[in-house]
Design a protein around this ligand. Structure first.
Ligand code: UDP
Length: 372
């Protein structure tokens, strides 16, 4: 029998593999009142619209194994090419940066990819060695776009300027030399037909799996004999596991402000609109009705304000946190029979496909040790 802590994507994939392939029993302990971790979604009662409780999740991948895996369940994955607009100087600018965004924001007259490449080359700042996210952004899009689009948005999102953040944060934002306004360029970009909770339910749909909700692992371990488990797989925050250590890692959380608009078709012209302006407290507004063109007489929006308090969503990649994580990792490696998997346990901002891929690779390793 195996014990898994956390029923998010990482934990659910491992539970699915262990129960279906090894045919072994699994107990899942979940501290929240629902399965699915941050992917959890639900139908809003007033509007009938499917909403993510913890912010929009768009599945995108180039990984064929992951794609094949998610398609081996009942869920149908429907193509959805995500787009984002940013409200700057009273104009909606398409993100990621592409020819239209540069022309509209900086009054340029770029006409084709060759001219865009020339513009980028002229404006990108060269660094011998990129040290942080400010340099990363300026090396990719130059000073002007950085100031308008990135600097303040990042401060609102992280409560830190890009200079204080590891370069990986702004390595995530794509730059196009054409008119492509899609947020992702991956081969597969999809949404689940009936939502992520439904998909995760399918992963966990096996009699060998028992799910215990509303249960904190640190409490559970006081009252239960853990020696009955072949392995314990922990997918929660790594620093929460070591609750006797006071120095904690930083996480950013999101405060969601829900607003329902009855008898309104749409509130805004796109599913996600970013607000880099410092005078607005929220970073973005998500209107879920746009996703998969849902039908309702009403609409619902969520304003997202990032905060330090609340459920941990984003690991904060600073030098201090990196060094502290390394210390936790050393302790984790010494833990007897406990394995740490997933975004929170690895203190790394995985996309959903990376979370699935890591869990599949992790399972292959356990499987091998079981066979040998
Ligand atoms: N970002 C920004 N301006 C934008 C969009 C993104 O400065 O309009 C920065 C911000 O620091 C953010 C990072 O780019 O945290 C990654 O953006 P992404 O859209 O991947 O963030 P997520 O959707 O995961 O919160």
């Amino acid at each position: 029998m195996y014990l898994i802590i956390g029923s998010g994507l990482s934990g659910a994939v491992i539970a699915e593999r262990i129960s279906n392939i090894l045919k072994e029993k699994v107990i899942i302990i979940e501290k929240l009142e629902h399965i699915g971790g941050n992917c959890y979604d639900y139908i809003d009662e007033t509007t009938g619209i499917l909403c993510n409780k913890y912010g929009a999740h768009i599945f995108h991948t180039n990984n064929e194994e992951v794609w094949e895996y998610i398609n081996s369940f009942e869920t149908k994955w429907i193509r959805w090419e995500h787009k984002v607009l940013s409200l700057i100087d009273n104009k909606y600018i398409p993100i990621p940066i592409n020819i239209t965004s540069v022309n509209e924001l900086l009054n340029e007259t770029i006409n084709n990819s060759k001219e865009m490449d020339e513009w980028l080359k002229k404006n990108q700042i060269k660094y011998e060695n990129i040290k942080n996210s400010e340099e990363m952004a300026k090396s990719r899009i130059g000073e002007d776009l950085y100031n308008k689009l990135i600097k303040n948005y990042t401060y609102k999102q992280w409560n830190k300027y890009p200079k204080e953040l590891d370069k990986s944060v702004l390595e995530r934002i794509p730059v196009k030399n054409n008119y492509d306004t899609r947020y992702f360029t991956d081969k597969y970009q999809v949404l689940p037909d009936k939502g992520y909770t439904n998909f995760i339910k399918q992963l966990l749909n096996n009699k060998l799996i028992t799910i215990i909700l509303n249960t904190d692992y640190n409490e559970y371990k006081k009252n239960n004999d853990l020696s009955i488990f072949k392995k314990i797989i922990y997918t929660g925050s790594i620093d929460k596991y070591f609750d006797n250590i006071n120095e904690k890692l930083e996480y950013r959380s999101i405060n969601f402000i829900k607003e329902i608009y009855e008898n309104m078709n749409y509130y805004q012209p796109n599913s996600v609109i970013n607000y880099p302006n410092m005078n607005v407290p929220y970073t973005r507004i998500v209107e879920y009705k746009h996703f998969l063109n849902q039908k309702s007489k009403h609409t619902i929006i969520f304003k997202e304000i990032t905060t330090d308090i609340g459920e941990p969503y984003y690991p904060v990649p600073t030098e201090r946190n990196k060094l502290l994580y390394d210390k936790y990792k050393e302790l984790a490696d010494k833990e007897n029979n406990v394995l740490f998997v997933g975004r929170l346990a690895n203190y790394k901002y995985f996309n959903m496909d990376e979370a699935i891929n890591n869990s599949l690779l992790f399972f292959d390793k356990i499987n091998l040790t079981m066979v040998n």
